[in-house]
Design a protein around this ligand. Structure first.
Ligand code: AMP
Length: 276
């Protein structure tokens, strides 16, 4: 496993190693959620690249960019046993040199939910993922269901721009109490960490209702809100039962539904979802 910090070094290395490539894009502070994607990429490709880049363009001004955990040495140690070929960890200047001025904007699917709460977020995500695809030229790229709207955005973008890459989605990896693993969980205080599994419990309540035959989307949203209300530390940003591809809110679930939510616990913003 080698660490590469420049685009030209990555390309030189990529040229030397033929065969198929899998890419796992991350912002580092790796946990089992990331590693499950790496493991799958390892199984399905001849070579694996993991990118570690805290992408400034997807953070809002005054967001948590400055305090986002950066743990490259530990990340390298965690990746070591997974048979990764290249860790690509460029600087911000390498990805966004002076006079950079081209962005990728995906339209409708970025409007609701995370897009509404975090203006500009998906423009940053779509731009950096396009750049990573152009740099790495992977056959397959691996994303987590944890970021459900991101999956819809990346799939839409690769279709629209005819990018020749297969998008593979890995299941959300959770702690024993159901909390979805996230680099941001480290921001939680002891008391907040105890409150955080309320997101999972709310999703389970809506899933249970769905499994009992409930297809009224508003009732599914209400089931989630009812559980979240019971946790005084939880401040709900949104609760959604939407079409998994368009992210438009449903009235009636006919096929599949993406149940999702963003909830603040203290000053930490958590998101989670179930795809049913
Ligand atoms: P991040 O470093 O947060 O940008 O995440 C990098 C990739 O890992 C994204 O595709 C995420 O959706 C995915 N990911 C993050 N947390 C999890 C998790 N708990 N389970 C599965 N995938 C995850």
């Amino acid at each position: 496993m080698i660490l590469v910090e420049t685009i030209s070094d990555f390309r030189a290395h990529r040229k030397k190693l033929g065969g198929t490539w899998g890419l796992v894009p991350t912002m580092g502070a790796l946990h089992q959620g990331h590693l499950s994607l790496v493991e799958r990429a390892r199984r399905e490709n001849d070579h694996v690249a993991v990118s570690i880049f805290v992408n400034p363009t997807q953070f809002a001004a005054g967001g948590d960019l400055a305090k986002y955990p950066r743990t490259l040495e530990r990340d390298m140690q965690l990746l070591e046993p997974y048979g990764v070929d290249v860790v690509f960890a460029p600087s911000s200047d390498e990805i966004y040199p002076p006079h950079f001025q081209t962005y990728v904007t995906v339209e409708e699917v970025t409007q609701p939910l995370e897009g509404a709460m975090r203006p500009g977020h998906f423009r940053g995500v779509a731009t950096v993922v396009t750049k990573l695809f152009n740099i790495v030229q992977p056959d397959r790229a691996y994303f987590g269901q944890k970021d459900g709207q991101q999956v819809a955005v990346i799939k839409q973008m690769t279709r629209d721009l005819n990018i020749l890459v297969e998008i593979i989605v890995g299941e959300t990896v959770r702690e024993a109490d159901g909390l979805a693993m996230s680099s941001r969980n480290t921001y939680l205080s002891y008391e907040e960490r105890k409150a955080a599994p309320v997101l999972y419990r709310a999703l389970c309540a809506a899933r249970d209702a769905f499994q009992r035959g409930e297809r009224d989307a508003e009732k599914l949203r209400a089931a989630m809100r009812d559980v979240l209300k019971q946790e005084p530390r939880a401040h709900v940003e949104y609760v959604s039962a939407a079409d998994p591809n368009t992210l438009q809110e449903l009235e009636v679930v006919e096929n599949s539904v993406l149940l999702s939510m963003a909830v603040r616990i203290g000053s930490t913003r958590l998101i989670d979802n179930f795809l049913l």
